[in-house]
Design a protein around this ligand. Structure first.
Ligand code: GDP
Ligand code: MN
Length: 402
């Protein structure tokens, strides 16, 4: 049985899930991917000014929808999606949308697309359920802009359909029929939905996506099932396989520091706290953040400096961390394996020679050549910690949190 209700919708609410290792693309780009995989999604024209939007609308013919292209959801509610039926409304509508800031992001471009007549709005997505270690379809017969409310107030309406391991590329119809008919009681529409799900799963697998979301998946006045909106998140770790997707990255929408970090070979994500973290290895960086939180502290960032002890990288890392005025203390947590602790210590000291770090630094060195490493740090202003727990407690204290 593949249909059952899920509890929290939070995993699916695209803005609240942590998407730290994903690349976002725009709706118009996601729709182009959809079409490439045979999923019906209306084409359109991207415009950067009201004049361009007008031209696009005249080319397509009225009525059109003008849609803000920004990397956040809820554009409709914010006034970023408008149907335009009259010629003299195109320019003022486009101007208004291009002036909007939605959830902190400035709208720089709009998608102009033929308006559809909507008979029904459904929610459909596919994502990885970490708990079940499987891809799963999530669906709701009442799609549209109120989906989060539905999920909260009537969670039993949210359906799920797990994809058996290894079957994403070739899903059998029978597996999806039940789920699709719950979303679309009409048999012809359910068939179209099944077809879309099969293609969606293929796209999900082939392009290393972590989420594909269609809200709304509509039935138009001809009975055709169409993706009226499209959202795609791509797993960063799969991007090396997809140069064609890397090109879709929109620099205007990305955190400049996070991108710069990538160029330096660092993996950096800004968070809200005041304890700057510098860690080698992504898993250890996660564990470090958890431990800091456990002891009442609040990490200011996630930063994996990788395996190297290169002082240039350490300098780049310090600079990245210190750009954030909230940072009151830095916790360095290094596990020396192949990289030796004394090399790391030397790298840090050399970095500190080159630049000033105006906040206290707590450092925990563990593993290969740890004694030699700690010896090098003697007599410096760094605060050594024996264990991660001790380091986290000290950092929280120096950061003024406990
Ligand atoms: P979101 O708010 O960012 O998710 O943007 P959507 O693309 O989902 O659009 C929001 C809402 O605008 C949809 O749920 C529809 O109700 C409406 N909408 C979008 N496109 C059309 C269209 O072509 N025709 C009509 N009538 N409504 C549309
Ligand atoms: Mn939507």
């Amino acid at each position: 049985m593949c249909v059952q209700a899920v509890g929290p919708f939070a995993r699916v609410d695209s803005d609240s899930t942590t998407q730290e290792f994903t690349m976002k693309i725009h709706e118009y780009q996601a729709k182009a991917l959809f079409r490439e995989f045979g999923i019906p999604a209306p084409d359109g024209i991207v415009a950067r000014s009201a004049r361009e939007a007008e031209q696009a609308a005249m080319t397509l013919g009225l009525p059109v929808v003008i849609k803000a292209q920004v990397h956040v959801g809820g554009r409709g509610k914010a006034g970023g999606v408008k149907v335009v039926t009259k010629e003299d409304e195109i320019i003022p509508t486009a101007e208004k949308i291009l002036e909007l800031e939605i959830k902190g992001l400035q709208v720089n471009k709009v998608l102009v697309t033929p308006a559809a007549n909507i008979a029904k709005e459904v929610y459909l997505s596919i994502l990885i359920d970490r708990g079940a270690r499987k891809a799963v379809f999530i669906g709701c017969a009442d799609g549209g802009v109120e989906i989060e409310i539905t999920a909260k107030e009537a969670p039993e309406k949210i359906l799920r359909c797990e994809v058996p391991a290894g079957q994403l590329n070739n899903l059998p119809k029978e597996l999806l029929q039940d789920f699709a008919s719950k979303l679309f009681p009409d048999a012809a529409q359910a068939d179209q939905c099944v077809d879309i799900m099969i293609k969606l799963a293929r796209l999900f697998a082939e392009k290393d996506c972590s989420l594909l979301e269609i809200n709304p998946l509509i039935v138009d006045d001809q009975g055709k099932v169409i993706a009226l909106d499209a959202k795609a998140l791509i797993d960063d770790n799969g991007l090396f396989r997809h140069p064609e997707l890397v090109e879709l990255r929109d620099m205007e929408e990305e955190d400049v520091d996070e991108l710069k970090a990538k160029e330096e070979g660092l993996s950096f994500i800004r968070l809200d706290g005041n304890i700057g973290c510098m860690v080698n290895g992504a898993g250890l960086a996660m564990a470090t953040m958890d431990t800091i939180k456990h002891f009442g502290g609040d990490p200011a960032n996630f930063l994996d400096v990788g395996g190297s002890s290169n002082p240039k990288k350490v300098v780049a890392a310090f600079k990245m961390i210190l750009k954030d005025p909230k940072v009151k203390v830095i916790l360095i947590n290094i596990f020396g394996g192949i990289t030796r602790c004394d090399d790391i210590a030397r790298g840090i000291l050399q970095a500190l020679d080159e630049m000033e770090v105006p906040v206290p630094i707590v450092i925990r060195l563990k593993g290969t050549n740890e004694a030699e490493g700690l010896k090098l740090l003697e007599g410096t202003e760094l605060h050594p910690a024996q264990t991660l727990e001790e380091g986290a407690v000290l950092a929280a204290k120096l950061g003024g949190q406990s």
